[in-house]
Write a protein of this length. Structure first.
Length: 179
């Protein structure tokens, strides 16, 4: 069901029965023609368009089992969002048709792009400050060391001779690199 204007009749106090201006919450009789209402409506429409575009490209949501890797992925998503906002801004600037809403639509897109830039800056600053790449590398090294200790324990348990132990290490290393 299409939403109705949130305004009320000044005479009866009943809710307005008209439809709101596109992107707004009120009809033209309840302020839908006001400059600030048009600007906010245009911002909502641009945000909705951006959310729909991002929804088409966003991956499935899965639980976080490795917060550092998730933060690295999040930084990538923030950069993708910033890129999407930049392309949206470019698309709006390239529109040849002028209308009363074009300037407001471009202003809304500029605000979204600026927010995307601010968020990207915040996320990337945190990413750099937390040294996520170094931490992920350290975790990978610890995991590799743990696996190699387990392999060494199995080799010792089996009583492998020197040649067999060397071959077992080579095979294990090849399989670890393949994954």
């Amino acid at each position: 069901m299409k939403p109705r204007c949130t305004g009320h009749s000044s005479q009866t106090g009943e809710p307005c029965k008209l439809y709101p201006v596109k992107g707004a919450k009120v009809c033209h009789k309840h302020g839908g023609r006001a400059r600030q209402v048009k600007a906010k409506a245009q911002m909502r429409l641009v945000e909705q368009q951006a959310r729909e575009l991002f929804g088409k490209t966003a991956p499935e949501i899965v639980p976080v089992d490795n917060p550092l890797a998730a933060y690295a992925n999040f930084a990538g998503e923030v950069m993708a969002w910033k890129k999407l906002m930049a392309s949206l801004l470019e698309d709006l600037a390239a529109v040849a048709v002028t209308s009363e809403f074009q300037g407001e639509q471009i202003a809304g897109a500029v605000q979204l792009y600026e927010r995307a830039m601010d968020r990207a800056n915040t996320v990337l600053s945190s990413y750099a400050r937390l040294r996520i790449d170094d931490r992920l590398a350290a975790i990978s090294k610890q995991q590799a060391d743990t696996v190699m200790r387990a392999i060494e324990a199995v080799i010792a348990l089996l009583g492998a001779d020197r040649d067999q132990a060397t071959e077992a290490r080579r095979v294990a290393a090849r399989h670890l690199r393949a994954d």
